[in-house]
Design a binder for this molecule. Structure first.
Ligand SMILES: Nc1nc2c(ncn2[C@@H]2O[C@H](COP(=O)(O)OP(=O)(O)OP(=O)(O)O)[C@@H](O)[C@H]2O)c(=O)[nH]1
Length: 326
């Protein structure tokens, strides 16, 4: 059961200069009826971003002891714990990561620690995407790839600086790379905040993407060496086996796999099982029940570098309940 004291958490990520602080200030102004605790993750000794936050009263907490995702960091746990004691001072928490953070590491305590949902619940990871520079960032950095792979909402920013057709191209590209995310766009003169707050990660995962009617199909998208593999299966999975095999895969291919996310039709459960990688861990949660008349299908997406579909498909097939029982 979720405690009524639970505090929702939003993570804002995105590459260096993507517009995170600009967006955060807009968000704070827009949500002025809500008391926000803002955690600023600074890189380097002297944090400055905290000073750029204009209107969160004194509820800005800086973690400038290196990047939380690298040092992760007793400091972060300590901060979460001490903020919980002061929970009467805020309604929601917003964490702005550094531009080179791996958001999976920052999300990790919320997704992998049992019972954390009674205290803090991760509602959405918003990844800001610089309309002008994202293609270069994707070409040159693992960090930008990881951020886009982990975002629930990919918010293209600085749209005032690009042509409409380039924006449409980017929207399509991002959706292909991360088919589970919701892609939105805005700039400092206006962000789609209503749409953003209508979305929660649990519902985004369940609603998107559209299922293919072709069973056991594979949809593959490649951009440079960045590959997104989406598998659809109609037969139920042996979920314990799938969990085990995916964890092994994640550990052996940690360098290459940025993200695994799946809505699984599992033999053992009436509800959708939602799997997602958090670095090399696999977090499991349960979605809504399958309806009687509904077409039950699993959809699993792998995002990574130079991923080869046949190996993944073979591993997945071995975890189908009928195959595993033989
Ligand atoms: N034209 C334009 N400029 C923007 C927009 N959003 C942010 N900027 C500018 O982009 C620069 C970087 O914005 P920030 O909000 O500081 O970006 P950030 O992601 O917090 O940056 P780091 O913390 O250094 O990673 C600033 O000069 C902003 O004024 C936008 O929508 N349009």
């Amino acid at each position: 059961m979720i405690s009524t004291d639970m505090r929702p958490v939003i993570i804002i990520t995105g590459f260096l200069g993507a517009g995170k602080t600009t967006f955060l200030n807009e968000l704070i102004a827009w949500r002025k009826e809500v008391k926000l605790a803002v955690i600023e993750n600074e890189f380097g000794e002297e944090g400055i971003d905290g000073d750029l936050i204009i209107s969160a009263d004194n509820n800005v907490f800086e973690l400038s002891n290196g990047c939380i995702c690298c040092s992760l960091s007793d400091d972060f746990y300590d901060l979460l714990e001490s903020l919980w004691k002061r929970k009467s001072e805020f309604d929601e928490m917003v964490i702005e990561t550094t531009g080179i953070a791996d958001p999976a590491s920052i999300a990790s305590p919320f997704l992998t620690i049992a019972g954390m949902g009674n205290y803090y619940q991760l509602k959405r990871v918003i990844c800001l995407v610089d309309a002008r520079h994202i293609e270069r960032q994707l070409r040159e950095t693992d960090e930008a790839r990881k951020q886009i792979s982990f975002g629930d909402i990919l918010l293209i920013t600085k749209t005032d600086l690009v042509e409409a057709d380039h924006l449409a191209y980017l929207e399509n590209l991002l959706q292909e790379i991360n088919p589970f995310a919701k892609v939105l766009a805005g700039n400092k003169n206006g962000y789609p905040l209503d749409a953003i707050f209508d979305l929660e990660r649990s519902t985004i995962v369940q609603k998107r993407p559209k299922f293919s009617l072709v069973p056991q199909s594979l949809k593959q998208h490649q951009h440079l060496d960045l590959v997104s593999l989406s598998f659809t299966f109609s037969e139920p999975f042996d979920i314990a086996l799938l969990q085990h095999r995916l964890t092994v895969f994640l550990n052996f291919q940690a360098e290459n796999i940025y993200r695994v996310k799946g809505i699984i039709y599992a033999q053992e459960h009436n509800s959708r099982v939602i799997l997602q990688s958090v670095n090399t861990d696999l977090a499991i949660s349960y979605g809504s029940d399958w309806k009687h008349e509904e077409l039950k299908q699993s959809r699993i997406v792998f995002i990574g570098k130079e991923l080869k579909a046949p190996g993944f498909e073979k591993m997945l097939r071995q975890c189908l309940a009928l195959v595993a029982a033989k």
